[in-house]
Design a protein around this ligand. Sequence first.
Ligand SMILES: [Zn+2]
Length: 227
Amino acid sequence: MTVYHLPNSDFPYTKLYEKPPQKNVLLLSCMDIRLLDNTAKFMDELNLQNRYDHVIFAGAGLGAGKVESKGEVEVECEKEGKHKRTVDFKWSYVFFDHLSTAITKLKREIKDIFILEHLDCGAYKYFQKNSQDNTDYEQFSYDRRLDRLEHYHEIMANEFADEIDKYCKQKADKYAKANPDAKKSDNPWDGIKVHCLIMDLTGRVKDLPRPTIRTKPTKLKKAKNQV
Ligand SMILES: [Zn+2]
């Protein structure tokens, strides 16, 4: 296992340690087997034992936000009759169905959503749309260019966080319209905050800032002092 040593780094630090969520949380994380115990420990440190729903997709924000799976559906038309068609299913549909189920059906009081990314993520080496980004990420990971790696995660996590914000706002508006006499505090979709976080391979967590400047990372030339 690769272990990142981070002298003078601001790992671990997240504002959540100062003010942990009071209500329930929905956690989106990667499937990486190296960090399952660290992820549970992080949630425990925030006093969130048994107080969060956990949704797992390879690549966390990248997977849930950008990846699609191919599947077959049966369709019918005049020309061809009943036949099968291959379509792409966005993983984001599954994520939002889970979020909606947790809040609407299971009545979870979710007011915080964590997108927990991690360094040296295998999904970022295969699932990014631009194959050069996959190659670059793998190289940065091999070279332990943590700042470069973080940049990819910051962009992907923030893009998906924006999607979640938009989805929750639509749901909140719909609820308010259907329940005009309800108080704002009764709206289960109101006031949900999305946090973007990243974990290193020793389980330390820090915040990924929101909002962020959405610029594509540029490839680094090998420097002499590269570690
Ligand atoms: Zn991963």
